[in-house]
Design a protein around this ligand. Structure first.
Ligand code: HEM
Length: 396
């Protein structure tokens, strides 16, 4: 059987299909748009085994198949290709080197320092939200995570609007044609970033851009392409993902009166609620694909050298071997060792930022608009690898 992750029935209620997948074994065949057929894991244990064996399951197919990743993106404009070489598709030691450069900026304490600024930004956005029928994604849940990344990077406020406009097409990428359009629109953004790098070189300032421009690894500075690909990766990996977590949480709270009461009455355990949304919805259903460096049956079924494989994080997060009553939403579930942010050397770098953004976004929205209602039940988004509401229209 070949499964499809963007089937509307699967997205709305994955439990029956996940059970069927698990019954087949630790690995199943899944068809992904653009990529084609790939092996995916069906349990928490298989997902962890895959993610903690980076020497066996590699991100860069070049040395294994002779076909580097860039060749898969033959349709991308040439100026953009060097920027595809981001750390998320790198193997060690290159991955470790790149990650070390940015890790400090993502330390929990440093991210916690951003809380007051982000709370002010959330309130500023909410001040401008109209009443009546409101697309809250447009007014609030999309701009807030974008501004959070700008703040982390140290991008001055007077550049935020132009950047938002130029990067908007990236959120609408569903096929190669839209990807080309979005990438072409990015040309202007790249010029903006180059400008910011030049400024930071001259006058070091706060924020990650300045830190990266001045960072040295073994006496070597990052090249302009490496700087660009790092900054773009942060927007690509950190924006949409967080928007979807916040959207799913708003829909969940708006449609379940008991959950909403729990949220209102238990401000001290809201962090647990956010983890449960991460587990239950699993907004990022899979990680980047990997390539087997040799024939192996370490995942419980034979995989041939060069074959593509990825962990299905959603299946791991709903695995009854790992979670009691995985289909139930338990707002203060503890422990909750979900894989929603990945696992192993590539585990999400921005998870503390995402958690803080989600907590601020929900706290401020429900404090300011305690009577909010959902105006219509959204369908699920159909974007490869994502599971989240396609829209959030509120009655305010
Ligand atoms: C709810 C929001 C988020 C979710 C669900 C999420 C999920 C993930 C997952 C599953 C991975 C592992 C991917 C893989 O192994 O291929 C990952 C990696 C990554 N994430 Fe996140 N992420 C979120 C927010 C963020 C934010 C806010 C940032 C930064 C601004 C960020 C930056 C990154 C980066 C740079 C990586 C690659 C790390 C590496 O390759 O070493 N993420 N994320």
């Amino acid at each position: 059987m070949v499964y499809r992750l963007n089937d509307p029935d699967f997205l709305a209620d994955p439990a029956p299909t996940l059970a069927q997948m698990r019954a087949e074994g630790p690995l199943v065949r899944v068809k992904l748009p653009i990529v084609g057929q790939i092996w995916m894991t069906t349990s928490d244990a298989a997902a962890r085994t895959l993610l903690k064996n980076p020497d066996l399951f590699r991100r860069d197919p070049g040395p294994i198949t002779g076909k580097p990743l860039a060749k898969r993106f033959w349709w991308m404009p040439g100026f953009f290709k060097p920027l595809l070489d981001t750390m998320i598709v790198m193997d060690d030691p290159a991955h470790r080197q790149m990650r070390r450069l940015v890790e400090l900026a993502f330390a929990r304490a440093t991210i916690e320092d951003l809380r007051p600024q982000l709370t002010k930004m959330a309130d500023g956005l909410l001040d401008a939200v109209p009443s009546g029928r409101v697309d809250i994604v447009k007014h609030y849940t999309r701009p807030l995570p974008f501004l959070a990344i700008c703040t982390l990077l140290g991008i001055p406020e007077d550049r935020h609007d132009a950047l938002t406009r130029r990067m908007a097409p990236l959120s609408a990428v569903t096929n190669p044609f839209r990807a080309i359009y979005a990438v072409l629109r990015l040309r202007g953004v790249l010029a903006d970033f180059r400008d910011l790098f030049a400024q930071a070189r001259e006058t070091p300032g706060p924020g990650l851009i300045s830190a990266l421009v001045h960072a040295e690894e073994d006496g070597q500075k990052l090249t302009e392409d490496q700087l660009l690909s790092m900054v773009l990766l942060l927007f690509l990996a950190g924006h949409e993902t967080t928007v979807h977590l916040i959207n799913a949480a708003i829909v969940g709270l708006a449609t379940d009166p008991d959950l909403r009461a729990h949220f209102a009455e238990n401000p001290d355990t809201r962090h647990l609620l956010i983890e449960e949304f991460m587990r239950h919805i699993s907004p990022v259903m899979t990680t980047k694909m990997m390539f087997a460096a040799q024939d192996t049956d370490i995942l419980g079924a034979p995989i041939k050298k060069g074959e593509m494989v990825a962990p299905l994080l959603l299946a791991a997060n709903h695995d009854p071997e790992r979670f009691e009553t995985p289909e139930s939403f338990i707002p203060d579930r503890k422990p909750n060792a979900h894989l929603g942010f990945g696992f192993g050397p590539h585990v999400c770098l921005g998870m503390q930022l995402a958690r803080i953004e989600a907590s601020i976004a929900l706290d401020r929205l429900f404090a300011r608009r305690p009577d909010l209602q959902l105006a219509e039940m959204p369908r699920y988004l159909r974007r490869p690898g994502l599971r989240a509401p396609a829209s959030v229209i509120l009655k305010l």
